[in-house]
Unconditional design. Structure first.
Length: 295
């Protein structure tokens, strides 16, 4: 597989994704989280002259494994395929609510080592899934060389994850959807902002589980196109209220309109959006959304 063309790499990725979706037809098992990247990849596979896709295909594979006590555990494999894949290894992060932070780190580094040794240059998402199915459960009860006097450590709370999702939509006009976005954010204690119009931008931040619940509700609504453009996860040791509040860049979730213009008052002034993001310390997000430096 050395020296593959962009088109050939795209074809290999598409055929692997097709295989995964035929093996795991339920969205609970396999779901592509960035449909725009998938569409760009397909375009590249079909057209020799197509540009390299601007974003990587990302997807989630959920894997169930049996614990020694015969109960089941579910692992989530978040995968991103670099454009040079399969020459370059995929980025895979395995999570499970039953894994402590140190167990999760150990599992992910062992999986990475396995892929480096066994899979370079070949499609390997299924190999990673098989490895996880066979070995994942062993990490859950594993004591990772606890420090002396660790009886107190054992009582420490689980690591909490603070998440910020940057959601992109082709447009957000519908009043009911806009109301849902604000109501659901309030219900789930999320902060951020929603910029309606075309394009539509939603940012939510808060506990990881709340952000994921928000995303699962929002994506079930009818959209021309909606996807997570970027995601930030920060592990908090204590996960207390003050620590969570300290991570927030927004105080509540509110709708932001930036000098709307156009026939329906729906095209936002992106320069104003840039300055708003800059003021919140998020200016780098602008380029991820729009592919240009803001100013």
């Amino acid at each position: 597989t050395t020296g593959m063309t962009n088109q050939e790499e795209a074809e290999v990725q598409i055929s692997e994704l097709d295989l995964l979706s035929s093996m795991f037809p339920c969205e609970e098992e396999f779901s592509v989280t960035d449909q725009l990247a998938l569409a760009e990849l397909k375009h590249c596979a079909e057209n020799q002259s197509a540009e390299v896709p601007s974003s990587r295909v990302q997807f989630i594979l959920n894997v169930k494994a049996e614990l020694p006590n015969a109960s089941m555990v579910e692992f989530s494999m978040a995968c991103a395929l670099p454009f040079k894949y399969p020459a370059v290894l995929p980025e895979i992060t395995v999570r499970s609510p039953l894994l402590s932070r140190s167990q999760q780190v150990q599992l992910n580094s062992d999986l990475r080592r396995y892929l480096v040794q066994n899979c370079r240059g070949e499609p390997c998402v299924l190999s990673a899934r098989e490895w996880l199915k066979d070995h994942g459960a062993a990490y859950i009860d594993r004591e990772l060389s606890p420090p002396s006097g660790s009886t107190l450590d054992a009582l420490e709370p689980e690591t909490t994850t603070f998440t910020r999702l940057w959601i992109y939509s082709h447009h957000i006009y519908n009043k009911q959807k806009r109301k849902n976005i604000i109501d659901w954010a309030k219900e789930l204690s999320l902060s951020g902002f929603c910029m309606p119009g075309k394009p539509g931008v939603v940012c939510v931040e808060g506990l990881q589980s709340s952000c994921e619940e928000f995303w699962s509700r929002v994506r079930r609504l009818t959209w021309k196109r909606i996807l997570i453009r970027h995601r930030e996860d920060v592990s908090l040791k204590g996960g207390g209220h003050a620590e969570i509040q300290g991570q927030r860049k927004f105080s509540t979730l509110e709708e932001k309109c930036f000098d709307a213009h156009g026939a329906r008052g729906n095209h936002m002034d992106l320069g104003q959006l840039y300055h708003f993001l800059e003021g919140k310390g998020c200016a780098d997000i602008f380029q991820m959304y729009f592919g240009v430096e803001g100013h």
